[in-house]
Ligand binder design. Structure first.
Ligand code: XMP
Length: 517
């Protein structure tokens, strides 16, 4: 029996599958995404307390549509089917699914006829989020229908004898206001979980796992980027093995103001960690001289990073392991799933992609955590707030935020402007509300007034980019107060020499990207 309460989420490919896992974990119950065809035996071996069948883009009646093993319904473990998951459960257990009369999309009113199952703690009349074209058209006798909407007569079901439940709507999205309560009811009342998933337990489990993996004589190296994931990784591994962890920070000269210092004061001074700072600023700038193509900039920076990192790593005797801040979405997105296989070395990662031929074994203590959990672990480990809540920062740093040639002068201008932006965002209480915020330097001489004349010389445009985003795959520009923009713009133009114009980027992703390059 798995000592940790676990809810398995069988992933039929819904864009919301990860969200289900997060919502369950927010109920303090550990959850894992598993392939849809996982065997009943494996679920039993994992000791799961409940099974959630996710939504998915297919139609259950299409040939080749993903299915679960029908044996999972006979395990006696509670099952909750969501959207496609409910249709699949209904179909496998004797009902029919077909194209619905109308496609239902968005928030709709749900009327609960029988306040049972997941509905025991919510009102009989509520709003839910729907996104489906198919529907259960015939309910098998073994099921009873619990709720309906105007367009969907079978909007929730419950099996008469087995612990199998289904909802056509999406309780995992915030657009279903009572969704969290319904998932909580499933996890606590129906599955009988008590909620043992706590940050302290995560830390304890990670520390034990690192100690079990790394021998008593072995050393671990960790590339610190100043980002959240690598910082929390370092802090966790340090807690597990102390001085046998050596961190490497490659200062590529493309960081923001005071970033290198923050890493040094946090990890060396405060935590007392072994930290090697490789000052490679000149090396990177020389390699980048005259390069304007952004992909070429990325390639050069990645290449230089590996060269410097290798050199530093070689100087650490007995280093067999590489600690890396792979987090759960990386594991899921790399297609490896949670089956315990090792993730490919992160390629879209702040420390840059490290090639496998470096020959290190990977230590990945955050492999099973979502970003918000990583942040909570970071806080519990005593990392400073400005590190834990830092916006993501691309590995190639400011080089991809300077359009055109990267020179020390341009870096200086961008740093100063970016610093003002972040300072004002923080002062106005916006920093934590924004997913990512930064300045971009566009060295286009727009006209300015200098004394009595018009001048173009040495002037640049600075663009402010602020986005809100859940997963950085899509993003919207932030509707920030004009006052904040006015202060930022005034300060940049007055305080940063070489900037005579500030613009605000009002494009969403897609079709624009978050970064300019
Ligand atoms: P885009 O610009 O693709 O950005 O909308 C999505 C997210 O990825 C980050 N980003 C990068 N991160 N190396 C990185 O480590 C890169 O080359 C890179 N390019 C974009 C970007 O900051 C945003 O969070």
């Amino acid at each position: 029996m798995n000592p940790r309460e676990t809810i398995a989420i069988l992933d039929f490919g819904s864009q919301y599958s990860q969200l289900i896992a997060r919502r369950v974990r927010e109920c303090h119950v550990y959850s894992e995404l598993l392939p849809p065809g996982v065997s009943p035996q494996r679920l039993r071996d994992l000791g799961v307390r409940g099974i959630i069948l996710s939504g998915g883009p297919a139609s259950v009646y299409e040939p080749g549509a993903p299915r679960c093993d029908p044996g999972i319904f006979a395990l006696g473990i509670p099952v909750l089917g969501i959207c496609y998951g409910m249709q699949l459960a209904c179909q496998i257990l004797g009902g029919r699914v077909g194209a619905g009369q109308t496609r239902e999309y968005g928030r709709v009113r749900l009327r609960v006829r029988r306040p049972e199952g997941v509905f025991v703690h919510v009102p009989a009349d509520l709003l839910v989020w729907m996104s489906h074209g198919d529907a259960v058209t015939e309910v098998a006798d073994c099921f009873e229908s619990l709720a309906e909407t105007e367009a969907c007569p079978v909007a929730a079901v419950r099996h008469r004898t087995l612990p199998v439940h289904g909802v056509q709507f999406h309780p995992e999205v915030t657009h279903t206001p009572q969704g969290e309560q319904m998932l909580r009811t499933f996890v606590y009342d129906i599955c009988g979980c008590r909620g043992d998933w706590r940050v302290e337990n995560v830390i304890e489990a990670a520390v034990t796992a690192v100690r079990a993996q790394v021998g008593p004589e072995d050393r671990v190296i960790c590339g610190l980027s100043g980002g959240v994931d690598s910082s929390v990784t370092a802090a966790l591994v340090h807690r597990a093995i102390g001085d046998r962890l050596v961190c490497i920070f490659v200062d590529n000269g493309l960081c923001r103001n005071r970033e290198a210092e923050l890493v040094e004061t946090t990890f060396h001074d405060h935590f007392g960690m072994q930290l090697r700072v490789a000052n490679a600023r000149d090396r990177f700038l020389t390699a980048l001289a005259g390069v304007v193509d952004p992909q070429e900039k990325r390639r050069i920076i990645g290449h230089e990073f590996i060269a410097v990192f290798k050199q530093e790593a070689r100087a650490i005797p007995g280093a067999r392991f590489l600690a890396q801040g792979t987090i759960y979405p990386d594991v899921i997105e790399s297609g490896h799933g949670p089956a315990g296989q090792s993730a490919v070395i992160k390629s879209h990662h702040n420390v840059g992609g490290l090639p496998a031929e470096l020959g290190f074994e990977l230590v990945e203590p955050l492999r099973l955590l979502f970003k918000d959990e990583v942040r909570r672990v970071g806080e519990a480990l005593g990392l400073p707030e400005n590190l834990v809540w830092r916006h993501p920062f691309p590995g190639p740093g400011l080089a991809v935020r300077i359009v055109g040639d990267v020179t020390p002068e341009r870096l200086h201008i961008l740093r100063a402007a970016d610093d003002i932006l972040l300072e004002e965002l923080t002062a106005a209480g916006w920093y934590r509300k924004v997913a990512q915020g930064f300045a971009v330097l566009v060295p286009v001489a727009s006209v300015g007034v200098m004394g009595d004349g018009r001048s173009y010389e040495g002037q640049n445009l600075v663009v402010i980019r602020l986005v809100e985003s859940r997963d950085f795959m899509t993003a919207d520009w932030v509707h920030i107060d004009y006052e904040v923009l006015a202060t930022v713009s005034n300060r940049i133009i007055n305080e940063v020499r070489g900037v005579n114009r500030v613009a605000y980027d009002v494009s969403s992703k897609p079709p624009s990207t978050i970064e300019w390059q």
